[in-house]
Ligand binder design. Sequence first.
Ligand code: UDP
Ligand code: MG
Length: 320
Amino acid sequence: MSTQSDQPALGVVVPLYNEEGNVAPLVERIVAIMERLDGRPSYEIVLVNDGSTDGTREAIRRELAARPNVVLVDLSRNFGHQLAATAGIEIARGEALVLMDGDLQDPPELIAEFVARWRSGYDVVYAVRRSRKGESAFKLWTAQVFYRLIKRLTKVAIPVDTGDFRLMSRRVVEALRRSPERHRFLRGMVSWVGFNQIGITYDRDERLSGTTKYPLPKMIRFAIDGITSFSDIPLRFASYLGFITSGVALLYALIVIGYKLLSLHPPGYTKGWASTIVAVLFLGGVQLVSLGILGEYIGRIYDEVKGRPLYLVRDIERSR
Ligand code: UDP
Ligand code: MG
C-alpha cells in the first residue's frame, strides 16, 4: 500500500458529473485491472466531482474510506467535462496518466494494453472506437460527421472516432499543463503535443447507468470549440464568401448599368422588386454568417484574455 509521500507510478483520472450509480462499479473495475498489471505498479485513482447535484461526492467518499489509492478532487461547481478532466490531469501524480469517462463506456480493462504500449516507448496511447453500443443513430451520425469535419478543417492530425480515453506520459501531461487555453479540446491538444502516439481499437460499451451529459446543444458547443481551437478555416471561409458575393454583385451592377446606358429595360423591369429583394436577402445572409463566424472567434478571444482560472477546487481528499 502506498503512503502519501510515495509517488504512484500510474494515475487514472475520471471526471464525474452526476454519476452516483457508476462510481462504485467503476472503481471496482479499475482496481481489479490495476492489481493485475505486470509488476503491480503503484497507482492512484483521481475522481473529479464536477459539481454533481446527486450523490456522486458521497459515493466517492465511500470509496475513499473503503480502499487505498483513491483521491477525491471536489470542484467548486460544474465546470464541464473538459475542465474537470483538466483539473484531474493537473492534480494526479504518476509517470503516466490514464483519462477515462466515469460511466464505464470506456472499459478499464483496456488500461493493461495502454500500459504495455507505454512501456514499449509510446507517449500517448489513445482508444479508437470500433463500435459504439447503446447510442442513438443520431449521435452516431453526428459523431461521424464531426470527426471527419474536424479532420478536414485542422492542420493537426486529430485521429477520427477517438474520444478522450487515453494514456499520456508525464511529458505529455506537462505539455498540457503549460497550455492555459480555456476552450479546451483535449483530444486535439494531445495530438498537437506530438511525441510517439498510437491508437488501439476497442468496442465502446453502453453507459452503465444514468443519462448522457452531452445533449445536443452541448455537443454543438463542443464541436465549435474543437474546430475554432484548431482551425481558422471558418474565418477564411467568411472572407471567401464575401469575395464571391461581391463578385456576383459587381457583375449584376454592370449588367444593370449596361441596360441603363442603352436605355433598355431589363427583363422583368416592372417587377424589379423581386431581384432587389433576393439580392438584399442574399447579401444580408452572407454578412450575418460572416459576422457570426467573427463573433465566435472574438468571443473566444474575450474569454481567453480574461485569464480566469480554468477551474476551482473546493478540496482534495486522499484515502490513507
Ligand atoms: N462530465 C463531467 N462534467 C460535465 C459533463 C460530463 O465531468 O459537465 C463527465 C461525465 O460524468 C462522464 C464524462 O464526462 O464521466 C463523459 O460524459 P458522458 O458520458 O455524459 O458523454 P457521452 O459519453 O454521452 O458523450
Ligand atoms: Mg458516456
